[in-house]
Design a protein around this ligand. Sequence first.
Ligand SMILES: [Zn+2]
Length: 550
Amino acid sequence: MLAPMAADPITIFRARRILTMNPSRPAATHVAVRDGRILGAGALDELRGWGAHTLDERFAEQVLMPGLVEGHSHLMAGSLWHYTYCGYFDLRDPDGRLWAGAPTLDAVVAQLQRASAGGADDAPIVGWGFDPIYFDGRRCTRHDLDRVSATRPVGVLHASGHILNVNTAALQRAGFLRSGIDHPAFPLGDDGLPTGELKGPEAMLPVLDHVGLNRSFLSGDEFGIRAFGKLCVRAGVTTATDLAATLADAEVDTQLAITGEASYPVRLVPLLRLIGLKPAEAVARAVALRERSTERLSLGRIKVVADGSIQGFSARLRWPGYFNGARNGLWYTAPEAMSECYALALQHGVQVHTHTNGDEATDLALDCMTQALAAQSAPDHRFTLQHVQLADAAQFRRMKALGLCVNLFANHHFYWGDQHRAITVGPERAERMNACATALREGVPLAIHSDAPITPLAPLFTAWCAVNRRTASGHVLGAAERIGVADALRAITLGAAYTLKLDGEIGSIECGKRADFCVLEDDPTTVDPAALKDVRVWGTVQGGRVFPAA
Ligand SMILES: [Zn+2]
Protein backbone atom coordinates (compact mmCIF):
# COMPACT_ATOMS: atom_id res chain seq x y z
CA MET A 1 0.00 0.00 0.00
CA LEU A 2 1.20 3.53 -0.78
CA ALA A 3 1.77 5.92 2.07
CA PRO A 4 -0.64 8.87 1.89
CA MET A 5 0.94 11.82 0.07
CA ALA A 6 1.62 14.93 2.10
CA ALA A 7 -1.12 17.35 1.11
CA ASP A 8 -0.04 20.69 -0.39
CA PRO A 9 -0.27 23.42 2.23
CA ILE A 10 -3.48 25.39 2.39
CA THR A 11 -3.50 29.15 2.96
CA ILE A 12 -6.70 30.91 3.96
CA PHE A 13 -6.58 34.64 3.24
CA ARG A 14 -8.80 36.85 5.32
CA ALA A 15 -9.94 40.13 3.75
CA ARG A 16 -12.13 43.08 4.73
CA ARG A 17 -14.36 42.01 1.88
CA ILE A 18 -14.06 39.74 -1.13
CA LEU A 19 -16.00 40.66 -4.27
CA THR A 20 -16.10 37.27 -5.95
CA MET A 21 -17.95 37.95 -9.25
CA ASN A 22 -19.43 34.50 -8.63
CA PRO A 23 -23.17 35.05 -9.09
CA SER A 24 -24.02 32.22 -6.69
CA ARG A 25 -21.99 33.76 -3.86
CA PRO A 26 -21.11 37.38 -4.67
CA ALA A 27 -19.33 38.28 -1.41
CA ALA A 28 -17.11 36.51 1.11
CA THR A 29 -14.59 37.27 3.86
CA HIS A 30 -12.10 34.43 3.36
CA VAL A 31 -10.61 32.54 0.45
CA ALA A 32 -8.75 29.24 0.73
CA VAL A 33 -5.88 28.57 -1.69
CA ARG A 34 -3.98 25.37 -2.42
CA ASP A 35 -1.48 24.79 -5.20
CA GLY A 36 -2.22 28.16 -6.81
CA ARG A 37 -5.93 27.47 -7.07
CA ILE A 38 -9.01 28.41 -5.10
CA LEU A 39 -10.47 25.75 -2.83
CA GLY A 40 -13.33 28.01 -1.87
CA ALA A 41 -14.50 31.47 -0.88
CA GLY A 42 -16.79 31.99 2.10
CA ALA A 43 -16.66 32.23 5.88
CA LEU A 44 -13.67 30.91 7.82
CA ASP A 45 -15.80 28.23 9.48
CA GLU A 46 -16.83 26.83 6.12
CA LEU A 47 -13.30 26.81 4.75
CA ARG A 48 -11.81 25.04 7.78
CA GLY A 49 -13.45 21.90 6.42
CA TRP A 50 -10.64 21.65 3.82
CA GLY A 51 -8.23 20.67 6.60
CA ALA A 52 -5.02 21.95 8.12
CA HIS A 53 -4.24 25.47 6.97
CA THR A 54 -2.40 28.69 7.65
CA LEU A 55 -4.54 31.74 8.27
CA ASP A 56 -2.99 34.71 6.42
CA GLU A 57 -4.35 37.99 7.75
CA ARG A 58 -2.19 40.43 5.79
CA PHE A 59 -5.23 41.52 3.73
CA ALA A 60 -7.52 41.97 6.75
CA GLU A 61 -7.89 45.66 5.89
CA GLN A 62 -8.01 45.20 2.10
CA VAL A 63 -10.69 44.33 -0.41
CA LEU A 64 -10.08 41.45 -2.84
CA MET A 65 -11.61 41.11 -6.25
CA PRO A 66 -10.69 38.75 -9.08
CA GLY A 67 -7.34 39.58 -10.65
CA LEU A 68 -8.06 42.14 -13.36
CA VAL A 69 -7.84 40.99 -16.97
CA GLU A 70 -6.53 43.44 -19.59
CA GLY A 71 -8.01 42.10 -22.81
CA HIS A 72 -6.20 44.53 -25.11
CA SER A 73 -2.72 45.70 -24.24
CA HIS A 74 0.76 45.33 -25.68
CA LEU A 75 4.08 44.27 -24.17
CA MET A 76 5.29 47.44 -25.84
CA ALA A 77 3.81 49.24 -22.82
CA GLY A 78 6.87 47.88 -21.00
CA SER A 79 9.51 48.00 -23.75
CA LEU A 80 8.76 51.57 -24.82
CA TRP A 81 10.23 52.80 -21.53
CA HIS A 82 13.60 52.26 -23.24
CA TYR A 83 12.75 55.49 -25.08
CA THR A 84 11.59 59.04 -24.37
CA TYR A 85 7.96 59.57 -23.40
CA CYS A 86 6.49 62.33 -25.60
CA GLY A 87 2.81 62.17 -24.64
CA TYR A 88 0.50 65.05 -23.84
CA PHE A 89 -0.62 63.69 -20.46
CA ASP A 90 1.49 62.90 -17.38
CA LEU A 91 2.28 59.18 -17.10
CA ARG A 92 3.73 56.83 -14.50
CA ASP A 93 6.50 54.44 -15.51
CA PRO A 94 6.77 50.79 -14.36
CA ASP A 95 8.58 51.88 -11.19
CA GLY A 96 5.88 54.40 -10.32
CA ARG A 97 7.82 57.52 -11.30
CA LEU A 98 5.69 60.28 -12.82
CA TRP A 99 6.75 61.70 -16.19
CA ALA A 100 5.37 65.11 -17.16
CA GLY A 101 3.39 65.43 -20.39
CA ALA A 102 4.51 67.72 -23.23
CA PRO A 103 1.73 70.24 -23.96
CA THR A 104 3.15 71.65 -27.24
CA LEU A 105 5.15 70.49 -30.24
CA ASP A 106 8.00 72.72 -29.02
CA ALA A 107 7.90 70.93 -25.66
CA VAL A 108 8.13 67.57 -27.45
CA VAL A 109 11.14 68.79 -29.43
CA ALA A 110 12.76 70.10 -26.23
CA GLN A 111 12.15 66.78 -24.47
CA LEU A 112 13.83 64.89 -27.33
CA GLN A 113 16.72 67.37 -27.41
CA ARG A 114 17.33 66.71 -23.72
CA ALA A 115 17.11 62.95 -24.24
CA SER A 116 19.59 63.08 -27.13
CA ALA A 117 22.32 64.88 -25.19
CA GLY A 118 25.53 62.88 -25.07
CA GLY A 119 24.41 60.19 -27.52
CA ALA A 120 26.69 58.80 -30.22
CA ASP A 121 26.89 60.65 -33.56
CA ASP A 122 24.68 58.20 -35.42
CA ALA A 123 22.57 56.85 -32.52
CA PRO A 124 18.84 57.08 -33.20
CA ILE A 125 16.70 59.32 -31.01
CA VAL A 126 13.32 57.79 -30.29
CA GLY A 127 10.15 59.11 -28.70
CA TRP A 128 6.72 57.59 -28.14
CA GLY A 129 3.20 58.47 -26.99
CA PHE A 130 3.15 61.50 -29.34
CA ASP A 131 -0.17 62.94 -30.48
CA PRO A 132 -0.30 66.14 -32.53
CA ILE A 133 -4.10 66.23 -32.41
CA TYR A 134 -3.78 68.23 -29.19
CA PHE A 135 -1.73 70.90 -30.98
CA ASP A 136 -4.48 72.88 -32.75
CA GLY A 137 -4.36 70.78 -35.89
CA ARG A 138 -0.66 71.45 -36.48
CA ARG A 139 0.99 68.29 -37.86
CA CYS A 140 4.56 67.46 -37.10
CA THR A 141 6.97 67.42 -40.07
CA ARG A 142 10.52 66.25 -40.60
CA HIS A 143 11.63 69.90 -40.24
CA ASP A 144 10.31 69.99 -36.66
CA LEU A 145 12.29 66.88 -35.81
CA ASP A 146 15.37 68.17 -37.68
CA ARG A 147 15.58 70.64 -34.78
CA VAL A 148 16.31 67.63 -32.54
CA SER A 149 19.09 66.48 -34.86
CA ALA A 150 20.07 67.19 -38.45
CA THR A 151 22.34 64.16 -38.60
CA ARG A 152 21.04 61.48 -36.23
CA PRO A 153 17.83 59.65 -37.20
CA VAL A 154 14.86 60.76 -35.09
CA GLY A 155 11.62 58.78 -34.86
CA VAL A 156 8.54 59.59 -32.82
CA LEU A 157 5.83 56.97 -32.53
CA HIS A 158 2.30 58.30 -32.21
CA ALA A 159 0.16 57.40 -29.21
CA SER A 160 -2.09 55.41 -31.57
CA GLY A 161 0.89 53.23 -32.53
CA HIS A 162 -0.25 53.51 -36.15
CA ILE A 163 1.80 56.53 -37.27
CA LEU A 164 5.49 57.38 -37.05
CA ASN A 165 7.01 60.82 -37.52
CA VAL A 166 10.65 60.93 -38.59
CA ASN A 167 13.24 63.58 -39.42
CA THR A 168 15.06 64.14 -42.69
CA ALA A 169 18.03 61.95 -41.73
CA ALA A 170 15.76 58.96 -41.02
CA LEU A 171 13.85 59.42 -44.30
CA GLN A 172 17.13 59.59 -46.15
CA ARG A 173 18.46 56.39 -44.58
CA ALA A 174 15.28 54.52 -45.45
CA GLY A 175 15.45 55.78 -49.03
CA PHE A 176 12.22 57.78 -48.84
CA LEU A 177 13.67 61.27 -49.28
CA ARG A 178 12.69 61.48 -52.93
CA SER A 179 9.96 62.96 -55.08
CA GLY A 180 7.48 60.90 -57.05
CA ILE A 181 6.12 58.87 -54.13
CA ASP A 182 2.37 58.55 -54.67
CA HIS A 183 0.88 56.68 -51.72
CA PRO A 184 -1.63 57.83 -49.07
CA ALA A 185 0.67 56.52 -46.33
CA PHE A 186 3.25 59.20 -47.31
CA PRO A 187 1.81 62.73 -47.06
CA LEU A 188 3.87 65.09 -49.25
CA GLY A 189 5.03 68.62 -48.52
CA ASP A 190 4.93 71.59 -50.91
CA ASP A 191 8.36 70.51 -52.12
CA GLY A 192 6.94 67.17 -53.31
CA LEU A 193 8.98 65.27 -50.73
CA PRO A 194 7.45 63.23 -47.89
CA THR A 195 6.69 65.35 -44.80
CA GLY A 196 8.11 62.66 -42.55
CA GLU A 197 4.72 61.45 -41.31
CA LEU A 198 4.43 57.73 -42.05
CA LYS A 199 0.93 56.33 -41.83
CA GLY A 200 0.46 52.62 -41.31
CA PRO A 201 2.69 49.54 -41.32
CA GLU A 202 3.65 49.66 -45.02
CA ALA A 203 5.29 53.04 -44.60
CA MET A 204 6.49 52.56 -41.03
CA LEU A 205 8.08 49.12 -41.16
CA PRO A 206 10.91 49.99 -43.60
CA VAL A 207 11.87 52.95 -41.40
CA LEU A 208 11.56 51.44 -37.91
CA ASP A 209 14.97 49.76 -38.08
CA HIS A 210 16.64 53.02 -39.08
CA VAL A 211 15.32 54.81 -36.00
CA GLY A 212 16.27 51.97 -33.69
CA LEU A 213 12.72 50.67 -33.21
CA ASN A 214 13.47 47.14 -34.22
CA ARG A 215 11.12 44.22 -33.80
CA SER A 216 12.05 43.54 -30.19
CA PHE A 217 10.02 46.51 -29.05
CA LEU A 218 6.92 44.86 -30.51
CA SER A 219 7.11 41.42 -28.99
CA GLY A 220 8.95 42.62 -25.95
CA ASP A 221 12.56 42.04 -25.05
CA GLU A 222 13.55 40.91 -21.59
CA PHE A 223 13.52 44.48 -20.23
CA GLY A 224 10.09 45.08 -21.73
CA ILE A 225 8.51 41.87 -20.45
CA ARG A 226 9.74 42.57 -16.92
CA ALA A 227 8.66 46.22 -17.05
CA PHE A 228 5.25 45.12 -18.31
CA GLY A 229 4.92 42.78 -15.32
CA LYS A 230 5.53 45.69 -12.96
CA LEU A 231 2.91 47.82 -14.73
CA CYS A 232 0.41 44.98 -14.31
CA VAL A 233 1.00 44.58 -10.58
CA ARG A 234 0.58 48.35 -10.06
CA ALA A 235 -2.76 48.15 -11.89
CA GLY A 236 -4.10 45.01 -10.18
CA VAL A 237 -3.79 43.00 -13.41
CA THR A 238 -3.01 39.26 -13.25
CA THR A 239 -3.71 38.33 -16.90
CA ALA A 240 -2.84 40.59 -19.83
CA THR A 241 -2.79 40.28 -23.60
CA ASP A 242 -0.08 41.29 -26.03
CA LEU A 243 -2.41 41.94 -28.88
CA ALA A 244 -0.12 42.15 -31.89
CA ALA A 245 2.83 39.89 -31.30
CA THR A 246 5.31 38.69 -33.92
CA LEU A 247 6.05 35.52 -31.86
CA ALA A 248 9.18 34.36 -33.64
CA ASP A 249 10.75 31.28 -32.02
CA ALA A 250 13.36 33.29 -30.14
CA GLU A 251 10.68 35.63 -28.80
CA VAL A 252 8.52 32.74 -27.64
CA ASP A 253 11.55 31.17 -25.94
CA THR A 254 12.21 34.44 -24.09
CA GLN A 255 8.57 34.75 -23.06
CA LEU A 256 8.45 31.14 -21.88
CA ALA A 257 11.63 31.58 -19.85
CA ILE A 258 10.60 34.83 -18.16
CA THR A 259 6.96 33.94 -17.48
CA GLY A 260 8.19 30.60 -16.14
CA GLU A 261 10.17 32.31 -13.39
CA ALA A 262 8.65 31.89 -9.94
CA SER A 263 8.65 35.65 -9.50
CA TYR A 264 6.95 36.68 -12.76
CA PRO A 265 3.58 38.11 -11.74
CA VAL A 266 1.38 37.90 -14.84
CA ARG A 267 -0.20 35.41 -17.21
CA LEU A 268 0.55 36.70 -20.70
CA VAL A 269 -1.74 36.06 -23.65
CA PRO A 270 0.08 37.09 -26.84
CA LEU A 271 -1.89 37.05 -30.10
CA LEU A 272 0.01 36.40 -33.32
CA ARG A 273 -0.46 39.32 -35.70
CA LEU A 274 -1.39 38.56 -39.28
CA ILE A 275 0.76 41.40 -40.67
CA GLY A 276 3.55 40.01 -42.86
CA LEU A 277 2.15 36.45 -42.86
CA LYS A 278 -0.15 34.71 -45.31
CA PRO A 279 -3.39 33.59 -43.63
CA ALA A 280 -2.48 29.90 -44.01
CA GLU A 281 0.95 30.52 -42.45
CA ALA A 282 -0.55 32.44 -39.55
CA VAL A 283 -3.15 29.76 -38.79
CA ALA A 284 -0.55 26.97 -38.98
CA ARG A 285 1.75 28.97 -36.72
CA ALA A 286 -1.05 29.60 -34.21
CA VAL A 287 -1.89 25.89 -34.12
CA ALA A 288 1.77 25.03 -33.49
CA LEU A 289 2.15 27.73 -30.82
CA ARG A 290 -0.95 26.52 -28.99
CA GLU A 291 1.00 23.37 -28.04
CA ARG A 292 3.65 25.45 -26.29
CA SER A 293 1.18 27.13 -23.91
CA THR A 294 1.95 27.06 -20.21
CA GLU A 295 0.19 28.19 -17.06
CA ARG A 296 1.51 31.73 -17.56
CA LEU A 297 1.82 31.95 -21.34
CA SER A 298 -1.35 31.24 -23.28
CA LEU A 299 -0.69 30.94 -27.03
CA GLY A 300 -2.61 30.05 -30.16
CA ARG A 301 -4.73 33.07 -31.11
CA ILE A 302 -4.49 35.48 -34.06
CA LYS A 303 -4.90 39.24 -34.35
CA VAL A 304 -6.02 40.94 -37.56
CA VAL A 305 -5.91 44.70 -38.08
CA ALA A 306 -8.51 46.05 -40.51
CA ASP A 307 -7.85 49.81 -40.43
CA GLY A 308 -5.97 52.52 -38.54
CA SER A 309 -6.99 55.03 -35.88
CA ILE A 310 -9.75 57.64 -35.92
CA GLN A 311 -7.72 60.44 -34.34
CA GLY A 312 -4.93 59.71 -36.83
CA PHE A 313 -7.49 59.87 -39.69
CA SER A 314 -6.27 56.45 -40.79
CA ALA A 315 -9.49 54.60 -39.79
CA ARG A 316 -11.99 53.67 -42.54
CA LEU A 317 -15.26 55.54 -42.05
CA ARG A 318 -18.55 55.02 -43.88
CA TRP A 319 -20.42 57.90 -45.44
CA PRO A 320 -20.29 60.81 -44.61
CA GLY A 321 -16.67 60.31 -43.49
CA TYR A 322 -14.61 62.57 -41.27
CA PHE A 323 -16.27 65.63 -39.71
CA ASN A 324 -13.41 67.90 -40.76
CA GLY A 325 -13.42 66.56 -44.31
CA ALA A 326 -10.17 64.60 -43.99
CA ARG A 327 -9.80 61.94 -46.68
CA ASN A 328 -10.84 58.43 -45.67
CA GLY A 329 -8.34 56.20 -43.90
CA LEU A 330 -6.47 53.09 -44.93
CA TRP A 331 -7.09 49.38 -45.13
CA TYR A 332 -4.33 47.69 -43.13
CA THR A 333 -5.23 44.16 -44.28
CA ALA A 334 -6.65 43.19 -47.66
CA PRO A 335 -10.30 42.08 -47.40
CA GLU A 336 -9.46 38.78 -49.16
CA ALA A 337 -6.80 38.02 -46.56
CA MET A 338 -9.26 38.71 -43.73
CA SER A 339 -11.89 36.37 -45.20
CA GLU A 340 -9.33 33.66 -45.81
CA CYS A 341 -7.89 34.01 -42.32
CA TYR A 342 -11.33 33.75 -40.70
CA ALA A 343 -12.27 30.67 -42.74
CA LEU A 344 -9.02 28.82 -42.02
CA ALA A 345 -9.05 29.80 -38.36
CA LEU A 346 -12.62 28.54 -37.91
CA GLN A 347 -11.60 25.27 -39.54
CA HIS A 348 -8.69 24.80 -37.13
CA GLY A 349 -10.36 26.09 -33.99
CA VAL A 350 -8.06 29.11 -33.78
CA GLN A 351 -9.57 32.21 -32.24
CA VAL A 352 -9.21 35.52 -34.12
CA HIS A 353 -9.43 39.03 -32.69
CA THR A 354 -9.90 41.82 -35.23
CA HIS A 355 -9.07 45.48 -34.80
CA THR A 356 -11.59 47.81 -36.39
CA ASN A 357 -11.97 51.49 -35.55
CA GLY A 358 -14.04 53.06 -38.31
CA ASP A 359 -17.55 51.81 -39.04
CA GLU A 360 -16.62 50.90 -42.61
CA ALA A 361 -13.89 48.62 -41.24
CA THR A 362 -16.43 47.06 -38.86
CA ASP A 363 -18.74 46.43 -41.82
CA LEU A 364 -15.89 44.71 -43.63
CA ALA A 365 -15.10 42.48 -40.64
CA LEU A 366 -18.79 41.59 -40.30
CA ASP A 367 -19.05 40.79 -44.02
CA CYS A 368 -15.92 38.61 -43.91
CA MET A 369 -17.22 36.84 -40.83
CA THR A 370 -20.61 36.21 -42.44
CA GLN A 371 -18.87 34.69 -45.43
CA ALA A 372 -16.53 32.55 -43.34
CA LEU A 373 -19.32 31.21 -41.13
CA ALA A 374 -21.39 30.33 -44.20
CA ALA A 375 -18.56 28.03 -45.30
CA GLN A 376 -17.67 26.66 -41.86
CA SER A 377 -20.05 26.69 -38.92
CA ALA A 378 -18.24 26.97 -35.58
CA PRO A 379 -20.21 27.03 -32.36
CA ASP A 380 -18.72 29.18 -29.60
CA HIS A 381 -15.90 30.56 -31.81
CA ARG A 382 -15.83 33.75 -29.70
CA PHE A 383 -14.14 35.74 -32.43
CA THR A 384 -13.78 39.20 -30.97
CA LEU A 385 -13.84 42.68 -32.47
CA GLN A 386 -11.33 44.99 -30.80
CA HIS A 387 -11.97 48.75 -30.39
CA VAL A 388 -14.97 48.72 -32.80
CA GLN A 389 -15.18 52.31 -31.69
CA LEU A 390 -17.65 53.73 -34.14
CA ALA A 391 -20.07 50.78 -34.38
CA ASP A 392 -23.75 51.70 -34.47
CA ALA A 393 -26.62 49.70 -32.94
CA ALA A 394 -27.31 47.80 -36.18
CA GLN A 395 -23.70 46.63 -36.26
CA PHE A 396 -23.96 45.42 -32.66
CA ARG A 397 -27.02 43.41 -33.69
CA ARG A 398 -25.03 41.84 -36.51
CA MET A 399 -22.24 40.98 -34.04
CA LYS A 400 -24.77 39.29 -31.80
CA ALA A 401 -26.17 37.32 -34.72
CA LEU A 402 -22.66 36.18 -35.73
CA GLY A 403 -21.64 35.19 -32.19
CA LEU A 404 -18.95 37.87 -31.92
CA CYS A 405 -17.68 39.44 -28.71
CA VAL A 406 -16.56 43.08 -28.43
CA ASN A 407 -13.75 44.67 -26.51
CA LEU A 408 -14.52 48.39 -26.57
CA PHE A 409 -11.95 51.16 -26.12
CA ALA A 410 -13.61 52.91 -23.19
CA ASN A 411 -10.54 55.03 -22.36
CA HIS A 412 -10.84 56.82 -25.68
CA HIS A 413 -13.50 59.22 -24.40
CA PHE A 414 -11.18 60.64 -21.83
CA TYR A 415 -8.14 61.00 -24.07
CA TRP A 416 -9.68 61.88 -27.43
CA GLY A 417 -13.41 62.48 -26.79
CA ASP A 418 -13.13 66.26 -27.12
CA GLN A 419 -11.26 65.87 -30.42
CA HIS A 420 -13.74 63.28 -31.73
CA ARG A 421 -16.59 65.68 -31.02
CA ALA A 422 -14.93 68.75 -32.52
CA ILE A 423 -12.75 67.35 -35.29
CA THR A 424 -12.88 63.68 -36.26
CA VAL A 425 -16.48 62.41 -36.26
CA GLY A 426 -18.59 65.30 -34.89
CA PRO A 427 -20.99 65.54 -31.93
CA GLU A 428 -23.52 62.81 -32.78
CA ARG A 429 -21.20 59.99 -33.74
CA ALA A 430 -18.81 60.89 -30.89
CA GLU A 431 -21.62 60.02 -28.45
CA ARG A 432 -22.06 56.53 -29.86
CA MET A 433 -18.38 55.69 -29.79
CA ASN A 434 -17.50 52.71 -27.58
CA ALA A 435 -21.19 52.07 -26.97
CA CYS A 436 -20.95 49.86 -23.88
CA ALA A 437 -24.63 50.24 -22.97
CA THR A 438 -25.72 49.29 -26.50
CA ALA A 439 -23.45 46.23 -26.47
CA LEU A 440 -24.99 45.04 -23.20
CA ARG A 441 -28.54 45.83 -24.35
CA GLU A 442 -28.03 43.92 -27.62
CA GLY A 443 -26.49 40.99 -25.74
CA VAL A 444 -22.97 41.19 -27.18
CA PRO A 445 -20.39 39.86 -24.67
CA LEU A 446 -18.47 42.93 -23.50
CA ALA A 447 -14.93 43.71 -22.40
CA ILE A 448 -13.28 47.15 -22.15
CA HIS A 449 -9.61 48.00 -22.53
CA SER A 450 -6.71 50.45 -22.43
CA ASP A 451 -4.73 49.30 -25.48
CA ALA A 452 -1.67 50.16 -23.36
CA PRO A 453 0.67 51.83 -24.27
CA ILE A 454 -1.88 53.79 -26.31
CA THR A 455 -3.50 54.78 -23.00
CA PRO A 456 -2.27 53.74 -19.53
CA LEU A 457 -2.74 50.18 -18.33
CA ALA A 458 -5.26 50.63 -15.50
CA PRO A 459 -8.51 48.65 -15.75
CA LEU A 460 -10.11 50.53 -12.85
CA PHE A 461 -9.54 53.76 -14.79
CA THR A 462 -11.01 52.03 -17.86
CA ALA A 463 -14.05 51.05 -15.78
CA TRP A 464 -14.34 54.66 -14.57
CA CYS A 465 -14.31 55.80 -18.22
CA ALA A 466 -17.15 53.41 -19.14
CA VAL A 467 -19.17 54.45 -16.09
CA ASN A 468 -18.67 58.22 -16.41
CA ARG A 469 -17.74 58.89 -20.06
CA ARG A 470 -15.95 62.10 -19.12
CA THR A 471 -13.54 63.70 -21.56
CA ALA A 472 -10.27 65.35 -20.55
CA SER A 473 -12.09 68.72 -20.59
CA GLY A 474 -14.79 67.39 -18.24
CA HIS A 475 -17.58 67.04 -20.80
CA VAL A 476 -19.85 63.96 -20.42
CA LEU A 477 -19.79 62.47 -23.92
CA GLY A 478 -22.63 60.06 -24.64
CA ALA A 479 -24.46 59.94 -21.29
CA ALA A 480 -26.84 57.30 -22.71
CA GLU A 481 -23.95 54.89 -23.24
CA ARG A 482 -22.75 54.97 -19.62
CA ILE A 483 -22.89 51.64 -17.79
CA GLY A 484 -23.14 50.82 -14.09
CA VAL A 485 -20.20 50.02 -11.82
CA ALA A 486 -21.16 46.33 -11.52
CA ASP A 487 -21.22 45.91 -15.31
CA ALA A 488 -17.93 47.78 -15.67
CA LEU A 489 -16.22 45.61 -13.03
CA ARG A 490 -17.52 42.52 -14.77
CA ALA A 491 -16.13 43.80 -18.08
CA ILE A 492 -12.57 44.07 -16.63
CA THR A 493 -12.68 40.59 -15.09
CA LEU A 494 -15.03 37.91 -16.41
CA GLY A 495 -15.90 39.95 -19.50
CA ALA A 496 -12.30 40.13 -20.71
CA ALA A 497 -11.63 36.52 -19.64
CA TYR A 498 -14.61 35.43 -21.78
CA THR A 499 -13.15 37.04 -24.92
CA LEU A 500 -10.01 34.91 -24.38
CA LYS A 501 -11.95 31.72 -23.62
CA LEU A 502 -10.35 31.77 -20.18
CA ASP A 503 -13.50 32.50 -18.15
CA GLY A 504 -13.57 28.91 -16.88
CA GLU A 505 -10.18 29.47 -15.21
CA ILE A 506 -10.03 33.14 -14.22
CA GLY A 507 -12.26 36.20 -13.82
CA SER A 508 -14.01 35.23 -10.59
CA ILE A 509 -13.10 34.01 -7.12
CA GLU A 510 -14.68 30.59 -6.76
CA CYS A 511 -13.83 26.98 -6.19
CA GLY A 512 -11.57 25.52 -8.86
CA LYS A 513 -10.33 28.75 -10.43
CA ARG A 514 -6.83 30.16 -10.34
CA ALA A 515 -5.98 32.06 -7.17
CA ASP A 516 -5.66 35.40 -9.00
CA PHE A 517 -6.71 38.42 -6.95
CA CYS A 518 -6.59 42.17 -7.29
CA VAL A 519 -5.88 43.58 -3.83
CA LEU A 520 -7.45 46.99 -3.20
CA GLU A 521 -7.33 49.51 -0.39
CA ASP A 522 -10.85 50.73 -1.19
CA ASP A 523 -14.07 48.98 -2.15
CA PRO A 524 -14.95 49.87 -5.77
CA THR A 525 -18.61 48.99 -5.16
CA THR A 526 -19.05 51.48 -2.33
CA VAL A 527 -16.98 54.48 -3.48
CA ASP A 528 -18.67 57.25 -5.45
CA PRO A 529 -18.74 56.01 -9.09
CA ALA A 530 -17.09 59.31 -10.05
CA ALA A 531 -14.12 58.23 -7.90
CA LEU A 532 -13.74 54.72 -9.29
CA LYS A 533 -10.44 55.68 -10.94
CA ASP A 534 -9.04 56.72 -7.57
CA VAL A 535 -9.50 53.32 -5.92
CA ARG A 536 -6.02 52.45 -4.61
CA VAL A 537 -4.36 49.23 -5.73
CA TRP A 538 -2.26 47.42 -3.08
CA GLY A 539 -0.99 44.82 -5.54
CA THR A 540 -1.97 41.37 -6.70
CA VAL A 541 -2.05 37.70 -5.88
CA GLN A 542 -1.32 35.57 -8.96
CA GLY A 543 -1.57 31.80 -8.81
CA GLY A 544 -1.48 32.13 -5.01
CA ARG A 545 1.76 34.18 -5.09
CA VAL A 546 1.63 37.61 -3.44
CA PHE A 547 2.94 40.71 -5.32
CA PRO A 548 2.84 44.08 -3.55
CA ALA A 549 2.88 47.07 -5.95
CA ALA A 550 5.10 49.19 -3.75
ZN1 LIG B 1 -3.76 47.54 -29.83
